[in-house]
Design a protein around this ligand. Sequence first.
Ligand SMILES: [Fe+2]
Length: 104
Amino acid sequence: MQAVAERINQLGGKPNFDPEGLASRSASQYAEGENLVDMIKENLIAERIAVEHYRELIRYFGDDDPGTRVMLESILTTEENHANDMRDLLDAHQGEPARPRGIG
Ligand SMILES: [Fe+2]
């Protein structure tokens, strides 16, 4: 994520792009679904994990680093939209009736 790497640079740090250890540094998980509905479910779970992770980070930074918090809030909105999209896809493929829009 370029915005995060730029923010790390702005703060004098060095982003870690090394793919080695990427899985252990990831907040999410990787799982393969057997069919389309399972794949959508796995993606929905991953999006929800991302949403919760960004919420935790936003709480952590709070008022101590507003610049980082604002960047994370923008990413959170994107991840919430992804979760909603996956929820809508899941509903469509499971034949569920339309539901009110909410977070994933
Ligand atoms: Fe996402």
